[in-house]
Each structure stands twice: as C-alpha cells, then as structure tokens.
Design a binder for this molecule. Structure first.
Ligand code: NAP
Ligand code: ZN
Length: 366
C-alpha cells in the first residue's frame, strides 16, 4: 500500500500572511494567476500581493483566466511569464486559475516547446507552484492535476504532466463572497471526488481514509447547505464560520483522496456537458452521482458511503442532491456522444473496478 501527498498544506485564518516567508522562498519573481474578478472581491489577491511586498519579492499579475481554462489562455500567460522572467507561479481562485497556474508553470519552464507538451507524458522541468483556493471544490491546491479545455476536441482533459503544488495556503474567509450556486456546485464537486476516489480501481485504505473523513464533514453540513439553497440569499448570511472552515477542509481532503486515485465515470461524463451546455463543473459531475451509486457492483461499499453521509438509501441521497443542485436536461444527441466518448476513453474506464457497458452507462442520465 502506498500514498504520495507531497504538498505542504496550511489551513487557517490569515494563512497567506502567516506563511509569507515560505511563499517568497519559492523564487525571485512570481506570476500571480487569477480569474477576472473574484480574487479582487474576496481579498485573496491583495493578501498575496501584500505578503510578497513584505518579503521584497517581485510579481506580475495575469488576471485573464476564464472558467474551464483553455490551452490558448495558458499560452497567453506563458508569453507574459517569459517576458517578465518569472520563476514561480501562484494560482489564486477556484480550480480554473489554480489549474491554469500549473500548466503555465510547465510552459514557462520550457520556452522552447509548444503546447503539444501539455498532452505528452515526458520528463520536463516545471516552475514551483503555490495555490490559494477561493472555492471549496476542486482541491486543486493539493492535487497534481490541471484540467484544460481543448477547443479542437470540444471537451476538457487533464494535462499529462503531474504538477504537485509546493505550497497550499487555505483560508476559508475567501469563501464568504461566493454565490449560493457557486458554493453548492463546488461542494458537490468535492463530494464527487470523495465518492469517486472511494469507489475506484486504485483505492486503498489510505485514500479511503481521506474519503471517509471528508464524507463525515459533509454529513455534518448537509442540512446547512440545503437551508442555504432554500433561503436563496448570500451564503454568508446563513452559514457559520465553522461551516466555511469545514467546507475548505472537505475540499482539501477530497483533493488528497483523488491525488491517489484520480476520478472516475461521473467526472468523465461531465466534461462534454460542461463544454456543450456551459453547466458548471460541480453540477455537471453531480448529476451523474446517483447513477454511479445505483449501478455500482459492490453494494457493501455503496452502503458504507451512504452511512458516512447519513443517508438511508441511494434514493434518499438522490432526492437530497436533486433539491440541492437542480436538474439538467441533456439532449439525446449529446448524451449519445458523451457515452460513446467515455466508452472509448480507456483512461477513465480503467479507474472503474468492474466492466462497464454502454447500456448501463446510458441509464446514468435521469
Ligand atoms: P472556477 O471555474 O474556478 O470559478 C467559478 C466561478 O466562481 C468564477 O466565476 C469565479 O470568478 C468565481 N469565484 C471563485 N472564487 C470565488 C469567491 N470566493 N467568491 C465569489 N466568486 C468566486 O470554479 P471551480 O469549480 O473552483 O473550478 C472548476 C475548474 O476546476 C474546472 O475547470 C474543473 O475541471 C477543474 N477541476 C480541477 C481539479 C483538479 O484536481 N485540479 C479537480 C476538479 C475540477 P472569477 O473568474 O472572477 O475568479
Ligand atoms: Zn471535479
């Protein structure tokens, strides 16, 4: 049995300032990679700038990362990074800027190569990466994955290279500017990571330990989340600081779980739904969780997961998730293409411990 989780993780209020020396020790000049708005609104970008200024470390900001970042955006940031001689990268935001930061770090470290290296499994150098999450969903601050949109193939895929962040600086206060939809969609992404890592061909006792802990955290918060959905106002009006802390913990724990196993069928099925319909990542994954549990062969493993989450049955879980997430209508055409794509994706199928056939997979859409 083995597990490899090399990222140095700190999780506390004021985390960025508290650990500014470790952040600045990563290099001489940083590229701060963010989305367009949220990192300014929640204070995370200001905190990182302030921390680096205190340490006398230079930086340049790239703030153009879109949701589900594309290869084109990574290449645009790479130009700036080379021009500015940056030697480390800090991703600040949700999974999109955090993933982009990893891919940018790889591309800047290899200025003679083109974007083709993103999807070739080669031994290449990479700049150090630090991550500051502002959503509690992807766990990208601890995972080695970076998922990019490939427009040429009308889908998304993780790059081949595995880039473990050196440092994860987690402060749950950044979550307080989230909308209900973003908070819930991202929580469901973390929930999917916990489930897909547990029910996985690569699973062992270590990653299952992370999943069990994360699912117990989810069980403690699941009624608060439903209340937050029903109330409909800003999450900070209904959720306590303790819940925001637990959401961040659940997300990082889920990231540690998938770092060992990777994800499985719900993630694989979600990518065309996000690409073609613009459904946010966590929601697109979540709609396939009931089918995944319903048709999973090892029923005792499913029962163990339901127990951790405090649900009586898959139906109970499904009812909860439907109310939390809302439904998504996938057209017959898209669904057919989606299932065909997964049946041809050995990388995703091999994480499923049993033989999956198209007929069963078709039933995942409800
Ligand atoms: P995201 O795409 O990073 O962000 C979604 C939206 O939330 C954006 O509009 C963003 O605004 C906003 N936002 C972020 N933090 C906020 C805050 N604190 N307050 C208010 N708004 C905030 O969403 P995500 O779900 O975290 O990341 C999804 C991406 O991660 C997908 O590409 C997915 O494939 C990938 N992913 C990666 C892994 C991994 O292991 N690496 C795992 C699962 C998923 P701005 O654009 O203005 O910042
Ligand atoms: Zn995910």
């Amino acid at each position: 049995m083995q597990i490899y989780m090399p990222t140095n993780v700190y999780s506390e209020n004021n985390c960025v300032m508290n650990h500014r020396k470790e952040l600045a020790a990563l290099g001489n000049k940083a590229m701060l990679v963010t989305g367009r708005h949220s990192s300014q609104a929640n204070g995370s970008l200001e905190d990182v700038k302030h921390a680096l200024q205190e340490e006398g470390t230079a930086y340049v900001v790239f703030d153009k990362v879109e949701e589900n970042p594309s290869i084109e955006t990574v290449m645009q940031a790479r130009e700036l990074g080379i021009q500015e001689h940056v030697d480390f990268v800090v991703g600040i935001g949700g999974g999109s800027p955090m993933d982009a930061a990893k891919a940018i770090a790889l591309m800047v470290a290899n200025p003679g190569e083109d974007e083709g290296i993103l999807y070739e499994a080669r031994e290449l150098g990479c700049l150090p990466v630090a991550e500051v999450p502002t959503t509690a969903g992807t766990g990208s601050e601890v995972t080695p994955y970076a998922i990019l949109t490939i427009h040429a193939r009308r889908t998304k895929q993780s790059i081949s290279y595995r880039i473990y962040p050196e440092l994860a600086l987690i402060d749950s206060r950044y979550l307080k500017t989230e909308s209900v939809d973003t908070l819930i969609n991202t929580t469901v992404d973390a929930l999917a990571h916990l489930i897909e890592s547990y029910l996985n061909a690569n699973a062992n006792s270590y990653n299952r330990m992370y999943s069990e802990k994360g699912l117990r955290l989810f069980a403690e918060m699941k009624d608060d989340l439903l209340q937050c959905r029903r109330f409909g106002g800003e999450p900070k009006q209904t959720l306590s600081d303790d819940v925001f802390d637990k959401l961040m913990q659940m997300s990082a724990t889920a990231g540690m779980a998938i770092t060992h196993t990777s994800t499985s069928l719900p993630h694989g099925l979600s990518y065309p739904v996000t690409y073609e319909m613009g459904v946010p990542h966590g929601k697109a994954v979540g709609i396939f969780l009931p089918g995944f549990l319903q048709f999973y062969q090892a029923k005792e493993d499913v029962r163990a997961l339901l127990r951790e989450m405090c649900f009586a049955s898959v139906e109970d879980f499904t009812e909860y998730l439907d109310e939390l997430l809302g439904k998504v209508e996938i057209s017959d055409d898209l669904w057919k293409k989606d299932v065909e794509m997964i049946m041809g994706n050995q990388a995703k199928l091999k994480n499923y411990p049993y033989v999956m056939d198209a007929e069963t997979l078709y039933k995942f859409r409800r």
